[in-house]
Write a protein that binds this ligand. Structure first.
Ligand code: URA
Ligand code: SF4
Length: 231
């Protein structure tokens, strides 16, 4: 996809999300929160769902958890405008309860389309619900700070997932906040590793194409000799 196509695809998703009524969360939202960020980024951050401030403003991670997320990114000299930030569910669960399985399922096509459009090299999961989508079966206490290849069934064609604790959990528990700073320091390394893996895959695909092409050329050039009666 070109820059313009990606931008258009992301805007189309956002426009649908803003008027979506696919699950009960639309009844209690003020604003849906499609997500935001750079359309050419290699990195997608996926949280759980909008909270009070996000619902008011229609933007992801703009409350206290968002402030901490910005600080964590600053620790690796990244800015939120350089990545894409979204959530597993795009509308606020009432009283900040966990999103329910049927709500996550109803909202899933939007996240899938965002992943397809961005084709991120790295997906940073924020908290359990997001981790559950990209690292199924993992426990956050063990998976935080680790990588896992992402199943392309999620929509991300060739991504690596990296798990972080949810910034809201870090705000509640100093030990989790400390772990979050250690974990975020591993993000650039995980991105480098994913880039390298994607590049070698692309090279393999290219080599395969070249092999097939030369086989095809060989078949074309040898076929008259193979069929002497024809000439
Ligand atoms: N928590 C989330 O999971 N997402 C947000 O957008 C804000 C807080
Ligand atoms: Fe639609 Fe997702 Fe909002 Fe539910 S949470 S109403 S599926 S955008």
């Amino acid at each position: 996809m070109t820059h313009a196509e990606r931008r258009a695809a992301l805007e189309a998703v956002a426009a649908e999300v803003r008027v979506c009524t696919r699950c009960r969360l639309h009844q209690t939202r003020t604003n849906a929160v499609p997500g935001e960020g750079h359309p050419d980024t290699e990195v997608m951050l996926v949280g759980e769902g909008p909270g009070f401030n996000e619902d008011r403003l229609g933007r992801p991670f703009v409350g206290r958890a968002g402030d901490l997320l910005v600080k964590l990114l600053a620790a690796i000299r990244w800015r939120r405008e350089e990545v894409f930030i979204t959530n597993v569910v795009k509308c606020r669960p009432p009283d900040n309860r966990d999103p329910l399985p049927d709500e996550i399922a109803a909202c899933q096509p939007y996240l899938r389309r965002q992943l397809e459009a961005l084709d991120p090299a790295l997906i940073v999961t924020l908290g359990r619900h997001s981790m559950g989508r990209f690292m199924p079966g993992s426990r956050i206490s063990e998976a935080h700070g680790t990588v896992r290849p992402v199943d392309s069934a999620t929509g991300a064609p060739d991504a690596t997932a990296y798990a972080l604790y949810h910034p809201a959990a870090a705000l509640r528990t100093p030990a989790i906040e400390r772990a979050s700073y250690t974990d975020i320091a591993g993000v650039p390394v995980a991105l480098e590793a994913s880039r390298a893996r994607r590049a070698s895959r692309a090279a393999e695909t290219e080599a395969e194409r070249t092999r097939n092409a030369s086989t095809a050329v060989a078949a074309m050039t040898t076929s008259p000799a193979d069929q002497p009666g024809l000439f």
